[in-house]
Design a protein around this ligand. Structure first.
Ligand code: ZN
Length: 254
């Protein structure tokens, strides 16, 4: 729960309970107790309510944090299928790593390989030769610079994916996409490390004036190639790609 929401709910709950407590106490003690006693009881009730709400909020936060910790505890150095402890076919716990990218069920023989998920990223340059970059709105690497892009979905080509992502994230229409190079990467998500193969496209767009950051992008801006600092980019493959784009080189080919 967000802190601001928690504070608002606490204030609202306190006001409602104050009114209720005042009404009840007033009705019960009418003509029997002095006004100052009513006020004292009311103040004590409010303090008790605030105390209870604080305890409830603290316990909720502690439980939530424990769940979160459990989720991210699978280390990056472990087998990529470490989270998959049971065979998805027969439910056996004899689902064991046979290779560094596969697990086999010793009960029913089911065999599963994990291979890279395809992802796309776009290099878009304006008429002044400046590169379009965005700032990441979410984790991982929240707040660092990034190129627009995302995962390729089922039955989609890389070109379709880059066109879709640029529309979703920037409100721009891609008119041409030329694939420059690919870089393997590891993307930390939901407690596991997903191996990816990032496809980098040099994209032309219809009308840059329609640029509007949406979706996963906090802000966008253009940077002159000379001023680009690859270390400002939070994701390893993007950092490497920006460096290669700046130098006009192709990775893995000497
Ligand atoms: Zn099985």
């Amino acid at each position: 729960m967000k802190a601001s929401l928690k504070i608002t709910l606490t204030i609202l709950a306190t006001i409602v309970l104050m009114v209720l407590a005042y009404g009840i106490i007033n009705a019960l003690t009418k003509n029997l107790l002095e006004e100052r006693i009513t006020i004292t009881v009311l103040v004590l009730s409010v303090i008790a309510v605030i105390g209870v709400l604080t305890v409830v909020a603290t316990v909720y936060e502690a439980n939530h944090q424990t769940k979160k910790d459990k989720l991210v505890n699978v280390g990056e150095d472990q087998h990529p299928l470490a989270l998959f402890r049971y065979c998805p076919v027969c439910g056996s716990s004899d689902f064991v790593a046979k290779q560094d990218n596969s697990k086999t069920c010793e009960n029913c023989g089911f065999n599963y390989y994990i291979n890279p998920s395809a992802a796309v990223a776009a290099l878009i340059v304006n008429e002044e030769g400046e590169l379009l970059v965005g700032r990441r709105a979410h984790h991982p690497a929240k707040g660092t610079l990034d190129l627009p892009g995302g995962f390729v979905t089922l039955k989609e080509s890389g070109e379709e994916a880059v066109r879709r992502e640029i529309k979703e994230e920037l409100n721009l229409t891609v008119t041409n996409a030329e694939m420059l190079f690919t870089i393997p990467n590891r993307y930390r998500w939901s407690g596991m490390t997903i191996p990816t193969l990032d496809l980098f496209y040099r994209c032309d767009v219809e009308d840059l004036n329609k640029l509007k950051p949406l979706d996963d992008v906090a802000e966008t801006f253009f940077i002159k190639l000379d001023y680009i600092q690859p270390e400002d980019f939070g994701l390893a493959s993007i950092r490497e790609a920006v460096q290669h784009f700046k130098e006009g080189s192709v990775p893995f080919i000497s």
